[in-house]
Design a protein. Structure first.
Ligand SMILES: Nc1ncnc2c1ncn2[C@@H]1O[C@H](COP(=O)(O)OP(=O)(O)OP(=O)(O)O)[C@@H](O)[C@H]1O
Ligand SMILES: [Mg+2]
Length: 447
């Protein structure tokens, strides 16, 4: 590495307030020797971290602009020409990426000893998983932190760029003005540094290059490079979401030393992930710590995941790309759907589910409607009873009237009969009276 850069512009590393994100694994001792030296016009200030591909330094750019950058130097043995050539293919598209949640990639080049390097925006922050745990974010806050990441990945996809290596170490959370902003790093770098594989030896060497395959989609684990598209990033986002929610990976492939790489890749292609609610109920002694970090307790967490919330990561990590969310935007949308209480894309298409969601979302309205319905039904019932009573009374009155009419008619008939009888009697009396009157003169003559 060159030491001949212009040191007059270098920033002091004394009293440097940048957080040291590196892990105390001893690797830095070698890389630390490079601190103070220059690569091109970048002076290395300190080691930020070391991944499978190489070492990342905090560096100071001192030619065109003076700024702090992250400089990632690949390991020796990587074909620098190929890496730079592959990077050049996407360089133009990468330059056009302008998103608050995506770190800029400024430059690329080759060191004097033939190692490719990338110059990126420096992001002072923690891995997203560490940030969530340190801040003890609730499930809701974790979801709210995660959705802008999906939006940013979708934005990059719209610009024709697939990340291919989304994982906690590539998503750092920086805090600005009290606001936590997740920033995705390494866009465009995974593609440039990926290598075609032909045999097991190469797979093993790739194992060192790519780190854990835990976030790798099944089609990436095929190692052919065929069939990798935006849905591979959706898969990695699904794994990340699963981990942010449960504190566990969906597939237990995080220990490269313990399981042979080809076995790990087979697990990625074929292994089944437990449902988050089941995963949480199997946490054992870790449950307490994981739940404390989410401000909840084990039973409540398992209940929270049951059904809807676990459908989301499970859909994102389906083995078949066609069965996953078809875009990072759909994944973001479903998280928002969950937070807003509307039916999920990952949910069943049944009317019962949709109706259930509708009722839950508009619970206050539903209660009001129910009260209104009860009042309405009660009033109608009371009115019905009144009407029924009135109808019954009317029928009774009509029956009584009919009876009276019948009685009257009978009385009238009796009266008519009496009249007839009276007239008859009268006529008879008249007739008898007349006879007597006519008889009397004869009697007189006999005397
Ligand atoms: N732009 C950046 N700003 C701040 N820190 C960074 C930046 N890029 C990388 N780092 C730090 O350097 C570390 C190493 O990064 P690197 O990309 O080499 O490895 P990784 O992402 O952890 O794993 P892998 O090599 O498998 O991709 C990261 O974990 C992070 O802490
Ligand atoms: Mg990285």
């Amino acid at each position: 590495m060159s030491t001949a850069c212009d040191t007059s512009l270098c920033l002091s590393t004394e009293g440097d307030s940048f957080p040291d994100l590196s892990h105390p694994d001893g690797i830095h001792a070698r890389s630390a020797n490079d601190v103070g030296t220059c690569i091109g016009s970048y002076r290395l200030i300190k080691v930020l971290g070391e991944g499978g591909c190489g070492t990342v330094y905090l560096a100071e750019q001192n030619n065109l602009v003076r700024r702090r950058v992250a400089l990632k130097v690949m390991k020796l043995g990587v074909d620098a020409r190929q890496v730079v050539a592959r990077f050049e293919v996407e360089r133009q598209a990468l330059a056009l990426l302008d998103h608050p949640n995506i770190a800029h990639v400024y430059d690329t080049g080759t060191t004097e000893d033939g190692r490719p390097y990338f110059v990126m925006e420096y992001v002072a922050g923690l891995f997203i998983t560490d940030y969530c745990d340190r801040e003890r974010l609730t499930i809701k806050d974790r979801l709210n932190l995660f959705t802008p990441i999906c939006d940013a990945v979708y934005y990059a996809h719209q610009h024709g760029i697939i990340h291919r290596d989304l994982k906690p170490s590539n998503i750092l959370v920086r805090v600005r003005g009290g606001e936590a902003i997740p920033v995705i790093i390494d866009f465009g770098i995974a593609k440039a540094t990926s290598q075609p594989l032909t045999d097991r030896t190469l797979i093993t060497s790739l194992g060192q290059l790519v780190g854990t395959p835990a976030y790798m989609s099944p089609e990436q684990a095929e190692m052919t490079g065929i069939g990798v598209d935006v849905r591979s990033d959706v898969y990695s986002l699904g794994v990340l979401l699963y981990e942010i929610l449960t504190g566990r990976l969906p597939l237990d492939v995080a220990n490269p030393g313990k399981i042979p790489l080809d076995e790990m890749l087979r697990m990625v292609r074929e292994g089944a992930a437990p449902r988050p609610s089941v995963c949480v109920s199997r946490l054992g002694e870790k449950a307490e710590r994981i739940c404390r970090g989410r401000r909840t307790e084990p039973r409540a967490l398992a209940k929270r995941f049951k059904r809807e919330l676990e459908w989301i990561p499970l859909k994102a990590i389906r083995k078949e790309p066609d069965q996953r969310y078809q875009s990072a935007a759909d994944l973001a949308q479903d998280i928002r759907n969950y937070l807003n209480g509307v039916p999920l894309l990952a949910g069943p298409q049944s009317l019962a589910y949709r109706l259930d969601k509708l009722i839950k979302k508009h619970l206050k309205l539903v209660i009001l409607a129910e009260i209104f319905a009860v009042i309405l039904i009660t009033s109608v019932s009371i009115m019905f009873l009144f009407v029924e009573d009135y109808r019954r009374r009317t029928v009774q009155a009509e029956a009584s009237l009919a009876e009276l009419k019948a009685d009257l008619k009978a009385v009238k008939e009796q009266k008519d009969q009496l009249e007839v009888a009276y007239l008859k009697t009268r006529a008879e009396l008249d007739r008898i009276g007349g006879q007597r009157f006519r008889k009397a003169p004869q009697d007189d003559r006999r005397d």
